[in-house]
Design a protein around this ligand. Structure first.
Ligand SMILES: Nc1ncnc2c1ncn2[C@@H]1O[C@H](COP(=O)(O)OP(=O)(O)OP(=O)(O)O)[C@@H](O)[C@H]1O
Length: 448
C-alpha cells in the first residue's frame, strides 16, 4: 500500500507508481478520482499516444471517447464508477478512439487506497482486442453495436479458460467465425482449430470422423485413419450444429467429454483427448432436452458458458460497417464497389432472416448488376413480394434460436425448390442460406 496524505496522491507517489508500471508490457495510466489522467507508462505512449500531445491533466473520457461527460453519463458502463462502488477492480470492453481509429479495448481499473481506506487513485490497464474490429476490416469479425460488444466481451472473458463454450445463434450470424476468434484469443491459439459439422452425419460416419478408425475396422478401411479428436490435440474442436447429433451418438460424445478418453473404431487402445470444446447450434437445445431429443447430461456438459450471437436485425447499427467490410473483401482488379445512400437505407431496414451470410450474398449479386461500380437500390433485388420465401418472416417476434430457416415455411421452400432449375449452391444463394442449411431443410421436406 502506498503511504500518502489522506485522500490525495502526491506527485512523487504518482512517479513511483508509474516507474513501477514501466515494467508492464500493457499500456497503463494513473487517474485521480476526478477522471484526470496523472501519468502514463511508455507502453501506453507507444500504443495510444499522439506525438507532441500530452494526455497528462486531461479527462480520461475525453481522451478515450471524445465525450464531454463521464461514460456513465453518456449511457455507458464507467469502470471507475463501478470500481469505486465495489471498492475493487472492474473490467469492461469499451470502444476507444486511438490514433488508428476506433478499437475494441479491454479496460481494467484498480483502485489505490490510502492508509484510511480512501480511494486516492486508479490504475487503468488497457489491452487492445485483436480478434475483432470496431471499424471496417478486410477480414475477421467486425462490429461495434451493443449486442455485438456483449458477445465479444463474453468471448474475451472465457477465451483464456478451458470452459466449453456453446454459441447460440441463427444461421449466418457468424458462429464459425466467432469460434475461430475464440480459439485465436485462447492459450491454444498455436494449436489446430478443427471443425466438425454435425448436421447430416450418419451415426457411423460421425463416429469414424470423430474417433478415427483402425485398418480393417470395416469394409473400405484400408488403413488407419486419425479422427478429428486426435487432430485437435492441443487445440480447439468446434462441433457445429451440435443439436443435430443423433441420440445414440450423444452418449458417445458424452463419454468422451466425461472421461477425456476415446478409442478408434475397431481399436482397443484407449487414447487421451486434449482439446478445448466449442459447440454451436441454431436450435433451442433446452427445448430439445424437454422433448427428449437432446440428452440433459450432455446439455449440461456443453453449455457451461453459453454466448448468444445476435441476429443482424438486433445489430442494425453494424450494417453499414459490415457492408463496407464485405465490399472491401470482394474487391476485384476492377476496383472496389461503392453503395449509394438509398441502397444503404434499404439494407439497414431489411429484416435479414439469413443474417450476415444473406447480406454478403445480396451484395455479391448486386455487384454483378452495378455496371458503374455503384450499387443502387434497384440492384439489390430485395422486393419481398418477389421473394415469397421471406413473406412469412415476422421481425416483430424474433426468436433467438429458431434460425433463418424457421422464417421460410416448408410450403414456400417446396414451391421454390421444385421450380428451381439451377444447382443446389445457386438455390442456397437465392434463398440467402448456407448450402448446409438448405440441405437440411430439403431433407426435412422430403426433397433431398
Ligand atoms: N461479425 C462479423 N463480421 C464480419 N463478417 C462476419 C461476421 N459474422 C459473420 N460474418 C460472415 O458471415 C458469413 C457467415 O458466417 P458463419 O459461417 O460464421 O455463420 P454461421 O452462424 O456459422 O452460419 P451457419 O449456422 O449457417 O453455418 C461468413 O462469410 C462470415 O465471414
Amino acid at each position: 500500500m502506498i503511504k500518502m496524505q489522506a485522500g490525495t496522491i502526491s506527485h512523487p507517489q504518482v512517479q513511483a507508481l508509474i516507474s513501477y508500471l514501466e515494467q508492464e508490457t500493457n499500456p497503463m495510466i494513473v487517474l485521480d478520482p476526478d477522471y484526470n489522467i496523472l501519468a502514463s507508462n511508455t507502453a501506453y505512449e507507444r500504443q495510444f499516444g499522439v506525438a507532441g500531445q500530452s494526455i497528462r491533466g486531461k479527462k480520461c473520457f475525453r481522451v478515450s471517447h471524445h465525450y464531454d461527460v463521464p461514460c456513465d453519463l453518456a449511457g455507458e458502463h464507467c469502470p471507475m464508477k463501478k470500481a469505486q462502488e465495489k471498492r475493487g477492480p472492474d473490467r469492461v470492453l469499451h470502444i476507444h478512439h486511438t490514433p488508428r481509429g476506433p478499437e475494441h479495448v479491454d479496460v481494467e481499473l484498480r483502485p489505490i487506497f490510502d492508509e484510511f481506506r480512501q480511494v486516492v487513485a486508479y490504475v487503468e490497464r488497457l489491452v487492445t482486442v485483436r480478434n475483432a474490429s470496431a471499424r471496417p476490416s478486410s477480414d475477421g469479425l467486425v462490429g461495434r453495436s451493443a449486442a455485438f460488444v456483449a458477445a465479444l466481451s463474453a468471448l474475451q472473458r472465457v477465451a483464456p479458460t478451458m470452459l466449453p463454450v456453446l454459441l447460440l445463434g441463427e444461421s449466418g450470424t457468424g458462429k464459425e467465425l466467432f469460434a475461430r476468434a475464440l480459439h485465436e484469443a485462447s492459450n491454444r491459439a498455436q494449436g489446430p482449430f478443427v471443425v466438425l459439422d454435425c448436421s447430416g452425419l450418419t451415426e457411423t460416419l460421425f463416429e469414424s470422423e470423430l474417433f478415427g478408425y483402425e485398418k480393417g475396422a470395416f469394409t473400405g478401411a484400408a488403413s488407419r485413419k486419425q479422427g478429428l479428436v486426435e487432430t485437435a490435440a492441443h487445440g480447439t474442436l468446434f462441433l457445429d450444429e451440435i443439436g443435430d447429433i443423433p441420440l445414440a451418438m450423444q452418449v458417445k460424445l458424452l463419454r468422451l467429454l466425461e472421461s477425456g478418453t476415446f478409442r478408434r473404431v475397431g481399436g482397443i487402445e484407449t487414447l487421451h483427448a486434449d482439446f478445448r470444446l466449442v459447440a454451436a447450434t441454431h436450435k433451442p437445445l433446452n427445448e430439445m432436452v424437454m422433448q427428449g431429443t437432446f440428452r440433459q447430461d450432455l446439455y449440461y456438459r456443453i453449455s457451461a458458458f453459453p454466448i448468444h450471437l445476435p441476429a443482424l436485425r438486433e445489430r442494425r447499427d453494424d450494417i453499414p460497417m459490415l457492408i463496407t467490410s464485405i465490399l472491401q473483401r470482394n474487391e476485384t482488379e476492377k476496383g472496389r464497389m461503392t453503395i449509394d445512400a438509398d441502397a444503404m437505407m434499404a439494407l439497414q431496414n431489411y429484416a435479414w432472416p439469413g443474417n450476415i451470410r444473406e447480406l454478403r450474398n445480396v451484395l455479391e449479386r448486386a455487384s454483378l448488376f452495378a455496371d458503374n461500380g455503384v450499387i443502387t437500390s434497384e440492384n439489390l433485388l430485395l422486393d419481398l413480394n418477389e421473394r415469397p420465401a421471406y413473406r412469412e418472416f415476422n421481425p416483430a417476434s424474433p426468436s433467438t434460436n429458431r434460425g433463418k430457416d424457421a422464417s421460410i415455411s416448408s410450403a414456400a421452400l417446396t414451391e421454390i425448390a421444385s421450380s428451381f432449375s439451377g444447382t443446389r449452391k445457386e438455390l442456397a444463394v437465392k434463398l440467402g442460406m448456407s448450402e448446409r442449411t438448405l440441405y437440411r431443410r430439403l431433407k426435412e421436406v422430403g426433397l433431398q
